[in-house]
Design a protein around this ligand. Sequence first.
Ligand code: HC1
Ligand code: SF4
Length: 574
Amino acid sequence: NVNLKINGLDVSAPAGSTILEAAHIAGIKIPTLCFLKEINEIGACRMCIVEVKGARNLVAACVHPINEGMEVRTNTPELIAARKRTLELILSDHDKKCLSCVRSGNCELQALCQELGVADEQYFAGEANHYELDTSAAHMVRDNNKCILCRRCSAVCEKSQAVGVIGPNQRGFATFIGSPFDMGLGETSCVSCGQCIAACPTGALYEKDFVDEVLAAVEDPAKHVVVQPAPSVRAALGEEFGYPMGTDVEGKMAAALRRIGFDKVFDTDYSADLTIMEEAHEFIERVQNGGVLPMMTSCSPGWVKYCEHYFPDLLDHLSSCKSPQQMFGAVTKTYYAEKMGLDPKDIVCVSVMPCTAKKFEVGRDDQDAAGVPDVDISITTRELARLIRKVGIDFRSLPEEGFDDPLGESTGAGVIFGATGGVMEAALRTAVETLTGEELADVEFQEVRGTDGIKEATYHVADMDVKVAVASGLSNAKQILEKVRAGEADYHFIEIMCCPGGCVNGGGQPQVHADVRNFEDVRAIRAKVLYDNDAAKPLRKSHDNPSIKKLYEEYLGEPGSEKAHHVLHTSYVK
Ligand code: HC1
Ligand code: SF4
């Protein structure tokens, strides 16, 4: 360890730490704005400047390493005044419409202004840029009038996602964040992941909001409106209502959805189980009949879009299974509609997703089993929180309730879909038992758990070594895909999730401020909710789900049947 003094306090921190990290250990907060650990370490915004005794200039604490005997001051009146001036300069070219801003109350810029006592907004009126909103993408809006040029979005897009379709254009005062040649984001190869939204400290980036469309559907007496929340929503929605990160709010979420007025409160976990039935069957078929291997999962729409744009030569590796979101809609508008005597045109299927790419997925071709779109409206976890507030539901005082039958029943295999490695583990639980004909002694496949960007494992199943890989975050996926493309990978099955850590860390989840995100593993904390939820379930294998068994008996026949293909499988754009 290295010993230093911060604000006169003796601090000991691991060698190689930055001043920011050492201060955090000592419980001293140094404000930051542009810094995102391992993603945007550019020391550019000057919020985290500190004094180091003997140094000629102020240094950026986010990137400056500690030394033995160093003496640091973080909070002198001069530093506070300098930070305040930095904020004032940002505000002079910022659209200060806080009242109507989607991030009001949850904006990092607003919070810093409050902490540092920046008061009179009119005072900063100066020369300002004015930008048109970019609404060209299916999933999000870019409002450069609220952009503070921190570059967190472009760093995430490039480094985590290997996409790189947004970045600084022009120079000096004219600098703005945009796409190459100032194209609309919708015209680029953006994959709709929303990781840039999750990284944005202000209201410059936000999802297209469908809260009012959902309310209108619920109010329409001619419509039968069903809702399906994704696995990961229950792991993070509580954060919007003051619960500590890592709280499972499944029961309150179901109660809230019922009070919003949905006719049926179902669960995407149900169709995650269904996806496993089809995907495990497809995998076994490919292995036994010389199909294209490695097979790759297809439930993450940002990943599917990435594959279509960047690795079209590997599309035959993608499972033909629709995602659980889409399978849910397809089953609702075929099987459930028949059972209830409803015209599929009168059903509105709403999904609540931790994801912004799901807004794009609902509009894809070949996702209309009943001749109408499988899913009508997809909203994010954040939009659900807004909807709950808008209709005046006091979330914290709600009772815990369950889901409706029959599309609300699920096993533990369904709920772990939201964490990286979860789809693989769920598929293995079913594939192994199908191949061996024996019951698994232990259903937990620890090797594919955890937040590492790339995981590998080999399982000996029915005289065969099954080699699997799991990647989350497209830059990690890219490494594996390049190996497959070069013929250097001997995997049988690969799970790929677009967002780092999987859906729990999706672009539609509650935004986590950088001062938390830089020090805690949000992905692991939320994933634990799903693994605990799984461990507490009486049934943990998709093929044991009674409602899924019934669906096959009454409607689909066998996994992989012609009918199952018509309803539950799809195709891709080369
Ligand atoms: Fe996901 Fe999926 S796990 S893609 O992350 O396969 O969004 O949670 O709903 O569809 O189940 C997202 C989550 C989600 C699908 C499932
Ligand atoms: Fe990049 Fe994803 Fe944002 Fe598109 S949505 S600009 S791919 S980070």
